[in-house]
Design a protein around this ligand. Structure first.
Ligand code: NAD
Length: 249
């Protein structure tokens, strides 16, 4: 029997990168998988790339949309056994260049969107269900890549959600755990505001600081998500770094 046979899994931000790889893995383990993306364009591309997976447009920064998403999934599947709160954006800038729009954009997608998706989805998650959050090493340590002030603080909020929600959900046997990836080569690196040369230098610079000597892959983060979703039955409120040892060594 596959690890997720009969399970309904909702993955926010599943149209590319870590979310898409996790969707493929969960599907291969028997789950019915629903993923979201922010734009019609990303959803069209993901539908072609993710056969058999339901792909929906739902802007994570729009609280009403997170509620509508949960209602849509509940209407069709009646429940969400596994919720992977993964949608996120990353923009890097020195403090002096951060304006209100830059701040709001990342907090709205990464923190407000995550909170309200959790709030709306929790009543639809049966007792014994599992929640996984995607934070980042940037939420736990400064000066990893420079200029991560705002992005890092959004991810610190997610680590906090993981701990505080765990206490409240434990009486229902719902586990919530956080994955904090280090640098993973995904399309996000093309959206942070780097020039191609800056992107290459970021990746090369990261490799010199990562004890395992390389960046990670989306498949390696997906494997961690599967572990937390299916195997980690006595683990809640934990943070799993998938970072080649960057944080700890
Ligand atoms: P990605 O850009 O490939 O994927 C991001 C996903 O989030 C996409 O599906 C995108 O459509 C979705 N998304 C973005 N804004 C959204 C919005 N407003 N509404 C709904 N969906 C939205 O990047 P990724 O690397 O796979 O990132 C996935 C998660 O991992 C993010 O939360 C990111 O912060 C986190 N992360 C990534 C890395 C890395 O190095 N790649 C490291 C640490 C944490």
């Amino acid at each position: 029997m596959a690890k997720l046979d009969g399970k309904i899994a909702l993955i926010s931000g599943g149209t590319s990168g870590i979310g898409a790889e996790t969707a493929r893995l969960f599907q291969s383990e028997g789950a019915t998988v629903i993923v979201t993306g922010s734009s019609e364009r990303s959803v069209v591309a993901a539908k072609a790339a993710l056969p058999g997976i339901e792909v929906l447009v739902s802007d994570a920064s729009d609280v009403a949309a997170t509620k509508a998403l949960v209602e849509q999934v509940k209407g069709k599947h009646s429940r969400i056994d596994i919720l992977f709160v993964n949608a996120g954006i990353a923009k890097f800038a020195p403090i002096a260049q951060v304006d209100e729009a830059f701040y709001d954009n990342q907090f709205n997608v990464n923190v407000k969107g995550a909170f309200f998706l959790l709030k709306h989805a929790i009543p639809v998650i049966p007792d014994g269900g599992a929640i996984i959050l995607t934070a980042s090493v940037s939420g736990a340590a400064g000066a990893l890549g420079g200029s991560t002030t705002i992005y890092g603080s959004t991810k610190a909020a997610l680590r906090s959600f993981g701990r505080t929600f765990a206490k409240e959900l434990a009486p229902r046997g719902i586990r919530i755990n956080t994955i904090s990836p280090g640098p993973i080569v995904t399309p996000i690196l093309d959206k942070v505001g780097f020039t191609p040369a800056q992107k290459d230098s970021f990746i090369e610079g990261a490799k010199t600081r990562i004890p395992l000597g390389r960046t990670g892959t989306a498949a390696e983060v997906a494997a961690a998500a599967l572990y937390l979703a299916a195997d980690a039955t006595y683990t809640t409120g934990a943070e799993l770094f998938v970072d080649g040892g960057l944080i700890d060594l």
